[in-house]
Design a protein around this ligand. Structure first.
Ligand code: IVH
Length: 726
């Protein structure tokens, strides 16, 4: 299986290799075949290299280095891995084993001696003050005990105290704080040099721009702090749903979404992505002196850096193994993805004695959980129709166990994804549970093809209602054009009652569909005319459940305006946009009669969203439903007015970086006071706030005679006491 996966990858990248390297592809194939033969001879899967001769070993080493470099770049630079982590780890382990027995002159340049891949050229490079190391891996209790034995032997001690931490599945970053202020931050890159993503990091709300000056712990003059940027599973799913609605390619998993978001050239895009950060260590620590790692974590927490609440100090390796098992058992219930736990020798003195070998310290170990990936066969590809008519292809697969759950469906996102991965009906595929919920196809094991596989084409007619299916030029999604398509209507009702929208308890996907199919409702407004008798006529509806549902529907008669706007299911209007609209217009009638100019004057609302809102209210069917809501006595509550409206009507443009807060926070401050933030300077701009290192906007403001104010002046204007800065 591994072998086939490997061959597939090599085959797929044949052209790429030819361009970089003139060695014939057949050579590598021969090697792999030879290895397979050796495996058979040896009668074991895991360590074929033990019996090979020197020449074969060097050929294999050479091929492995190339393959690993390639996969490094797919994983670290392109955010588009082609093989599973488990497979990658196997390649790496095989190379490490071979290199330890057959060292050569090129060893220093081997991928086993570096951490990731060189950064892309688009961001400025950033040299870490202290290199960012990687971790050696173990996969079971035996590997963990081996690690502990080595530690005890080298440090000459009987028992070792460890700190155990979840291994977060995001991307590592290094941040520099000078005198307690965030200065710069970067991705890990190759461990020595990363990418300067300071502006993007600043948009992460959980990243302190200023360290707390804890009384017992003076803030050091300079410190490097290290952590993992990640995205929680639920916001990730939401982001992907939004992307699908908007015809954008979805992210494969939260890790890729986090990496893709942090490495956006435009920090505004990053700011809209729900990124988080946990901190787990320090690099160059300046004048900070610690005795052990636990103290470091305590100091980080006291300084205001979020430390994962599941970290623990444990007395010995048995407790580490228990921790590994315990965290493994609660893993799927966590809000974020983890791929293992990390063990760290607590004492810094012992850490120093142990030191590092090549890419990883000898005092830490990553204990990896079994990969949540599996291989299965695609039996069929079906098409589902979403709320806005989007057609989503879904693979129906032979049921397979992935990380403890049996799955038989995987989303294929859209036609482009299927073509890109060349997925066919009958294919054997590698699947992964992304974000723990919707499994997805990572790659096809093309070597398993028999020739009987069938290519998939998007249907020209909607599978639900037979209407025409169209694909707009700038979208990846195909859509059903029929606004009365039953699949769309059912989805629409489900969305209306969902959490975040009207939150009607008990009215989930099944019941919405049941009500619709029984012709009791045709749109969300019909919900408010349902009677108990009607409900009792349905399958599995008892007196009590019917009452509960009617009560839940009744409770939603006075929704908050923003929830109601979101529930309407206007294309491109997510929760945030709905809130902006509710705040700006105050009631539904004002929103209904707004024109394009008024809509686009609201920050964050561009012409595309505005157009979609206008189309929604222009549509006769939607007007009928809105009238029905009115007849049902539904009256959305306006949001409470902002406490102060000191900046009402004023528009702000920010340039340069602020000391006291990030751009997002500044925007919130302005908006909470009734003002608006724009990204570029125009004749209508009231103030340009110039932070440090201001950009061209400052010059533009001066040329146009627009008032330029400092951060301090801005804070005074916003009624924020200046001592917050000190
Ligand atoms: S410590 C020398 N702690 O795992 C120690 N790393 O393969 C270096 N990671 O690059 C890292 N959670 O991206 C450490 N609690 C944790 C971690 C963690 C996730 C990642 C990090 C690092 C990679 C190491």
């Amino acid at each position: 299986m591994v072998l086939v996966g490997y061959l597939t990858v090599r085959r797929k990248n044949y052209k790429r290799y030819l361009s970089k390297d003139s060695r014939p592809y057949a050579f590598e194939l021969t090697l792999v075949k030879r290895r397979a033969k050796l495996r058979t001879m040896a009668g074991r899967e895991d360590s074929p290299s033990k019996i090979i001769d020197k020449e074969t070993a060097f050929q294999r080493i050479f091929a492995l280095r190339k393959a690993i470099e390639y996969h490094n770049s797919r994983y670290y630079q392109k955010d588009a891995p082609e093989i599973s982590d488990a497979e990658y780890d196997r390649l790496m382990k095989e190379l490490q084993d071979l290199e330890s027995r057959y060292p050569d002159d090129e060893l220093a340049l081997s991928p086993t001696r570096r951490v990731g891949a060189a950064p892309l050229s688009k961001f400025a490079s950033f040299t870490h003050l202290e290199p960012m190391l990687s971790l050696a891996n173990a996969f079971d209790a035996e590997g963990i005990r081996d690690f502990d034995s080595r530690v005890r032997r080298l440090a000459k001690i009987e028992r070792v105290e460890y700190v155990t931490e979840p291994k977060l599945d995001g991307l590592a970053v290094n941040l520099i704080y000078e005198n307690g202020r965030f200065r710069r931050g970067a991705t890990r890159g190759d461990g020595a040099v990363g990418e300067d993503v300071s502006q993007n990091l600043k948009t992460i709300v959980s990243l302190p721009l200023k360290m707390n000056n804890g009384a017992s712990l003076p803030v050091p003059e300079l410190i490097e702090v290290r952590g993992e940027v990640y995205m929680e599973k639920e916001p990730f799913e939401k982001l992907n749903r939004r992307r699908a609605e908007e015809g954008e390619a979805p992210f494969a998993n939260p890790r890729n979404a986090a990496a893709g978001s942090l490495r956006q050239l435009d920090p505004k895009i990053t700011a809209r992505r729900p990124l988080n950060i946990f901190f787990y260590g320090v690099g160059a620590a300046g004048n900070a002196a610690f005795a052990d790692h636990w103290e470091i974590l305590e100091a980080l927490a006291a300084w205001g850096f979020t430390v994962n609440p599941l970290v623990r100090k444990v007395p010995d390796i048995d407790a580490c193994i228990a921790y590994f098992e315990e965290i493994g058992s609660i893993r799927s219930g966590l809000a974020y993805d983890i791929d293992g736990v990390v063990l760290k020798v607590n004492s810094l003195e012992i850490q120093n004695i142990l030191g590092s070998v090549s890419r990883s310290p000898r005092w830490a170990l990553a204990c990896k959980f079994p990969a949540e990936q599996a291989v299965t066969v695609i039996r069929d590809i079906i098409v589902q129709v979403g709320r806005s008519g989007t057609l989503t292809p879904v693979a129906v697969m032979e049921p397979v166990n992935v990380g403890g759950a049996v799955v038989s469906r995987a989303t294929l996102h859209n036609e482009d994804e299927i073509l890109k991965k060349d997925i066919r009906i009958g294919d054997t595929v590698l699947i992964q549970r992304a974000g723990d919920v919707i499994p997805e196809v990572i790659s096809v094991l093309a070597g398993k093809r028999t020739g009987g596989e069938k290519e998939f084409r998007m249907p020209r007619a909607c599978p639900e209602c037979g209407s025409e299916v169209v694909r707009q030029a700038n979208e990846a999604a195909h859509r059903c054009v029929n606004l009365s398509c039953p699949a769309q209507l059912k989805e629409h009702i489900r969305h209306f009652s969902s959490r975040g929208a009207m939150d009607i308890e008990g009215l989930g996907e099944k019941l919405s569909a049941q009500l619709f199919d029984a012709k009791l409702i045709a749109d969300p407004a019909d919900l408010y005319f349902l009677t108990k008798e009607q409900l009792l006529g349905l399958d599995r509806q008892a007196e009590k459940s019917a009452e509960n549902l009617l009560n839940a529907i009744g409770r939603s008669r006075a929704p908050a305006l923003d929830k109601f706007i979101f529930a309407l299911g206007i294309r491109h209007v997510g929760e945030r946009t709905a809130r902006l609209l509710a705040e700006h217009f105050g009631n539904l009638d004002a929103l209904r009669s707004a024109d394009c100019e008024e809509l686009t004057a609201i920050s964050e609302i561009g012409p595309e969203i505005a157009q979609s809102i206008l189309e929604f209210f222009a549509e006769a069917k939607n007007r009928t439903v809105l009238e029905k809501f009115q007849r049902a006595g539904l009256s959305p509550r306006a949001l409470p007015p902002p406490v102060q409206a000191g900046l009402r009507g004023k528009s702000f443009v920010f340039t340069g970086s602020l000391e006291s807060m990030g751009r997002n926070e500044a925007r919130t401050v302005v908006e909470s006071l009734g003002g608006i933030v724009h990204s570029s300077v125009t004749g209508k701009t009231s103030y340009v706030v110039a932070g440090s290192d201001p950009g061209l906007k400052l010059e533009k403001a001066r040329k146009q005679n627009i008032t330029v104010i400092s951060e301090e002046e801005f804070l005074t204007m916003a009624g924020r006491p200046i001592h917050r800065l000190a």
